[in-house]
Design a binder for this molecule. Structure first.
Ligand SMILES: [Zn+2]
Length: 211
């Protein structure tokens, strides 16, 4: 992608401050965040279009705001991406309840659910917010076959979706001691050294999906 002077087409959506600062645990569907994400990063002609997300033109994505803290193993989680279908072991009633909740938010079970920490979002810079959304979008991947070709569902013809882990998971101290080659972070270092394609993105990214 070349240099972009313009930011996302319209101002990024903001959650309700009253809800965020309320004492009640709060989750709410954020269709305005989905619309903004599509017109900023996914659609053809999007203001900050990234071809890496092209398969998501055919995906349904449910976005959620929450004011619930999510600290895990010493890290603060500010966003997650997960499959729309409830995961993990749960009984029939547990699964049915979870599906009913998801349908209540989105009308149907989406391919993916992206949850954003609304209080973090309120104080984040635009670049930080964009980086978080694209981080979560990168987790929402298209499956590939054994030759690396994109997979499609044989019945629907839609992309076959899957969750994708982080490209790099390493300790700074190990990279400091052994270097980029031995730790497999060369591509990350090169990307960082090349400077941002879009804007000055200076963000310590935290995401709970892969912890
Ligand atoms: Zn992540």
């Amino acid at each position: 992608m070349g240099k972009h002077s313009a930011g996302p087409r319209s101002g990024r959506p903001m959650p309700s401050v009253d809800q965020v600062e309320g004492l009640e645990a709060w989750f709410a569907a954020a269709p305005e965040l989905e619309a903004w994400t599509r017109q900023s990063f996914i659609e053809d002609g999007a203001s900050l279009q990234n071809g890496d997300h092209a398969h998501l033109q055919n995906a349904s994505i449910g976005f959620l705001w929450t004011n619930v803290d999510n600290a895990k193993k010493g890290r603060i989680v500010i966003g997650t991406a997960e499959p729309g279908t409830p995961q993990g072991a749960m009984g029939k009633w547990g699964r049915a309840k979870a599906v009913m909740q998801i349908e209540g938010w989105f009308g149907a079970v989406p391919d993916f659910i992206i949850t954003i920490d609304a209080s973090w979002w309120l104080q984040a810079s635009d670049a930080e917010a964009c980086a978080l959304i694209e981080h979560e979008l990168y987790h929402c991947a298209q499956a590939t076959d054994e030759f690396g070709a994109p997979k499609f569902n044989q019945h629907t013809g839609r992309p076959s979706f899957t969750m994708r882990g982080h490209d790099v998971e390493e300790f700074v101290g190990v990279v400091r001691r052994y270097g980029a080659e031995a730790t497999g972070v060369r591509a990350l270092v090169d990307a960082a050294n090349a400077g941002p394609e879009i804007a000055a993105v200076d963000i310590a990214q935290c995401c709970g999906t892969c912890i």
